[in-house]
Design a protein around this ligand. Structure first.
Ligand SMILES: NC(=O)c1ccc[n+]([C@@H]2O[C@H](COP(=O)([O-])OP(=O)(O)OC[C@H]3O[C@@H](n4cnc5c(N)ncnc54)[C@H](O)[C@@H]3O)[C@@H](O)[C@H]2O)c1
Length: 347
């Protein structure tokens, strides 16, 4: 079993509360923090998360972040030192069809977390943001000062949550870090794969294993092979970026810390590169199908991760091959679990 962090045990009684810690990314972050000796408390309503993903030794409280009273009680009861707020709805298409639900869950949910932190006197926060806040960025690497202009309700909720955190921080005496994740992929262990099929890698695995042809949305984008380019980041690397943020917030000499960091590799891969890698790793080769380009699909979104490298000492270690092979191992693991459970519900 791969260890999700190389960190050695430190300040064992630091307690971090992870909202959404039973989800795809949250479970990796929980493993990473627990591996570094932190006490982990997970608050999750299990709407998409699974209790089985919460690491042994971590506490799981099943409740919504919208329940401010219970959240406050949990923070007090476990004497929480800091919060990593991952709980959110994340499907872009669904955010377009159900914008009110997304604003309620993501924006109201974040306000509730801040209210609970204020009542319980918790002063450190890491917030899960997204490259979706940039919308369609201008050509070139995306820095944290690239203008934010989200193009869908999901991205808008993430940006509003960033503003909420920034604006509440001085009054609540908060130190905070917002991490803008780029395209998260892979699995730290086969049982921790992404259960959804909303990103390119998962959709390609789904198509290939169902005997269908993977779809490519448009092949005349202004990129070298005509397909969109994204910055893929291994979820285990992302988990370690959270650990780096927590360590920064734990430093006694950085009590007033507040900053936004891109979390990406700084390298892009086109849709065709991803498809070729998936076909090579899985050994399943099938011609792809060109579908019409989606109405608003930024051609090229690649992070400039210089700030997080310089200030938090973090950089990505895994490449695309590693993301694809670990996602494939997790896909096969989920298929075996599905067959043995007789649910037939693998994405
Ligand atoms: N996966 C990505 O590529 C990606 C990219 C950028 C940002 N993010 C952000 O990362 C975070 C985690 O995403 P993920 O991919 O792990 O998604 P996920 O759906 O696997 O995890 C979200 C977790 O939050 C829980 N949750 C949702 N609403 C809740 C509520 N109201 N109260 C308590 N728990 C609730 C779910 O049960 C789930 O366990 C989200 O904030 C998402 O917006 C994800």
């Amino acid at each position: 079993m791969e260890k999700l962090t190389g960190g050695k045990a430190e300040s064992p009684r630091e307690t971090w509360l992870l909202t959404g810690g039973a989800g795809y990314i949250g479970a990796h972050v929980a493993e990473s923090l627990a591996g570094a000796g932190k006490r982990v408390v997970v608050v999750d309503d299990l709407s998409t998360g699974l209790a089985s993903r919460v690491p042994a030794g971590a506490e799981l409280v099943t409740c919504s972040v919208l329940d401010t009273e219970q959240l406050t009680d949990v923070m007090r009861r476990f004497q929480v030192d800091g919060v990593i707020h991952l709980a959110a709805k994340k499907a872009v298409d669904e955010s377009v069809s159900q914008p009110l639900h997304y604003y309620h869950q993501n924006v109201r949910g974040t306000a509730s977390v801040l209210e609970a932190m204020s009542s319980a006197g918790v002063r450190r926060l890491v917030f899960s943001s997204s490259a979706a806040v940039y919308g369609v960025p201008p050509a070139g690497p995306v820095t944290e000062s690239t203008p934010t202009a989200p193009i869908n309700p999901y991205g808008a909720t993430k940006l509003i949550c960033e503003w909420l955190v920034r604006d509440a921080a001085p009054a609540l005496d908060l130190s905070w870090i917002s991490l803008r994740y780029f395209n998260v992929a892979g699995a730290g262990r086969p049982d921790l794969g992404d259960p959804g099929a909303t990103n390119l890698l998962q959709l390609t695995l789904q198509a290939l294993t169902r005997g269908a042809r993977p779809q490519v949305f448009g092949q005349s984008h202004p990129t070298p092979d005509g397909t969109c380019i994204r910055d893929y980041i291994h979820v285990a690397d992302l988990a370690d970026a959270h650990l780096a943020a927590v360590r920064q917030l734990d430093r006694p000499d950085s009590p007033e810390l507040h900053d936004v960091y891109n979390v990406g590799c700084g390298r892009g891969a086109s849709v065709l590169e991803v498809l070729r890698t998936v076909q090579r790793v899985t050994g399943i080769r099938r011609p792809y199908e060109i579908a019409p380009a989606r109405p608003v699909d930024p051609p090229d979104v690649v992070a400039d991760p210089a700030r997080i490298q310089a200030e938090l000492g973090w950089s990505a270690k895994h490449d695309l091959d590693s993301m694809v092979s670990s996602a494939w191992a997790a896909w096969q693991h989920a298929a075996v679990v599905t067959v043995s459970a007789g649910t037939g519900s693998h994405p």
